[in-house]
Design a protein around this ligand. Structure first.
Ligand code: SF4
Length: 311
């Protein structure tokens, strides 16, 4: 079990002499045993948030604020200390598109052994690898195969098994079903749900609110680097408050409804020079004059919403 508290986190990327705040004053808590979803469009900062928690940001990133894992600050921790005590052991990550990063010249078993060696695992390697492979519903025979000999769905299961091999309390899964066909997507979701039932906490990063609602008790909606709405998944699904959340939910097709999908027009603003007022202003159907000038404050009257309509 692990509790993650993110307080006023800011992640800036330096690029060609410019600072880009990819994560901008983000705060939330994910308690022991809870699973959380982070939803938003591409480029909203959700993957950067996951990388910051796992301390895997690129060298051109600077971070301020606080990330606490069970009360211990990780930002001030050295990389050596983090790798020794937390990375893979407490919090692990399934990276976006990671199944394509399997090394084509080594068998799956060899790649598992490499992970255990890097992390100085001094238990029984064979047993740990076999347990990890079984936990994701794969046959042991997969271990002797090369990546090109197995399907995309099997590769994704292998990647999830690798993330689980040191038995972390939480896995951060960044778009774990993207690039998979719908049947394999459904199988991976069933697997994640089973792992969650067995006690694993999952932070699911996705552009797809439908997928998040299957796993997470809580969800944060990110827009242009900020969390604009946060709360229980059920409440946000039934009663979304922020116009962006409403638009995201309106764009999900529903089998039993004949209503047309309402596409969200326009694009998120550039983070190099973000708007002075609300970042959603240009795309918001309920925008007021005030929204253009003043950034909305966070309202916690009924949930957590960053919008002048809920002042
Ligand atoms: Fe729309 Fe204004 Fe709310 Fe922003 S603050 S989401 S522009 S109503």
């Amino acid at each position: 079990m692990v509790t993650i508290s993110v307080n006023d986190l800011v992640v800036r990327y330096q690029s060609q002499g410019t600072e880009v705040p990819a994560v901008d004053h983000v705060s939330f808590t994910c308690k022991d045993g809870e699973s959380i979803g982070i939803a938003g469009e591409s480029g909203c900062g959700k993957s950067t948030l996951g990388l910051a928690i796992r301390k895997t940001l690129q060298e051109n990133a600077s971070v301020s604020g606080e990330i606490l894992l069970d009360g211990t600050s990780t930002l001030s921790m050295s990389d050596v200390e983090f790798t020794k005590n937390i990375r893979w052991r407490k919090v692990s990550m399934v990276f976006q598109g990671a199944m394509n990063s399997l090394d084509p010249v080594f068998t799956i078993k060899k790649q598992f052994e490499e992970i255990l060696k890097i992390h100085n695992f001094n238990g029984d390697h064979k047993q740990a690898i076999e347990q990890a492979i079984s936990s994701v519903g794969l046959e042991q025979s997969v271990l002797d195969k090369y990546p090109h000999e197995i399907s995309g769905g099997m590769k994704q299961r292998v990647i999830i098994a690798m993330a689980l091999i040191l038995k972390p309390a939480m896995v951060i899964a960044d778009e774990p079903t993207t690039a998979l066909d719908v049947l394999v997507q459904a199988q991976i979701m069933i697997l994640l749900k089973r792992l969650k039932k067995d006690g694993l906490s999952i932070m699911l990063i996705s552009h797809d609110l439908g997928i998040i609602s299957e796993i997470a008790e809580k969800v944060g909606i990110m827009y242009a680097g900020q969390i604009v709405e946060f709360g229980s998944t059920e409440e946000i699904y039934k009663n979304p408050k922020h116009p962006y959340t409403i638009a995201l939910l309106g764009s999900i097709p529903k089998l039993n409804e004949t209503k047309n999908i309402i596409p969200l027009k326009g694009n998120p603003p550039s983070l190099v020079n973000p708007p002075t007022g609300c970042r959603f202003y240009d795309r918001c159907s309920q925008a007021m004059e005030k929204c253009k000038i003043e950034p909305p404050k966070i309202s916690t009257k009924s949930g957590f919403v960053m919008c002048w309509l809920h002042e």
